[in-house]
Design a protein around this ligand. Structure first.
Ligand code: ZN
Length: 161
């Protein structure tokens, strides 16, 4: 999904406005870590660095390996373990944000961009999902789910549900 949605999911799960900046960073971490590889391969392909990169660029297999690693359970475990060595105090916040990114992307990416959570052990991915930048229905669904979950949380908090 887009970076705003990832941030809002992180904020929804952590529910701490004072941690807004780390939440914004952590909940976009799989994309932040993929970004250097993304730019490396886009430039290597001599593809114009414009908005259509995401729409028309056919990523090479090598890039997809990096992308899929950062968006997998194995990547989640390794990156969170490394984070834990440096900032143990925030490991739980980091883990929840990172995991939420992978789960949201599972439902908002399709085809070769679909999230392979068991990479590199299995190619398993949801087959009915579509890319959020091509299908407004996917975008609407993710934002609608944000509203529903937040309203539910308020209802539960006030024992109205
Ligand atoms: Zn992502």
């Amino acid at each position: 999904m887009d970076n705003t949605a990832h941030f809002l999911w992180g904020l929804t799960l952590i529910r701490r406005l004072d941690l807004a900046f780390p939440i914004a960073l952590f909940s976009n971490m799989p994309d932040i870590l993929s970004a250097p590889f993304f730019f490396y391969y886009v430039i290597k392909d001599k593809f114009p660095l414009k908005k259509q990169v995401l729409f028309e660029w056919k990523p090479p297999k090598e890039y997809l390996e990096f992308y899929r690693f950062f968006h997998s359970i194995l990547g989640f475990i390794i990156i969170t373990s490394v984070f834990n060595v440096f900032f143990p105090k925030y490991t739980l916040v980091f883990a929840i944000c990172y995991a939420s990114h992978i789960i949201v992307d599972m439902f908002s990416h399709g085809g070769f961009w679909a999230t392979r959570i068991f990479y590199p052990f299995s190619d398993f991915h949801l087959s009915f999902t579509k890319n959020h930048w091509q299908h407004s229905g996917t975008r609407r669904l993710i934002y609608l789910a944000l509203i529903i979950i937040n309203v539910q949380m308020i209802l539960i908090k006030h024992k109205l549900f």
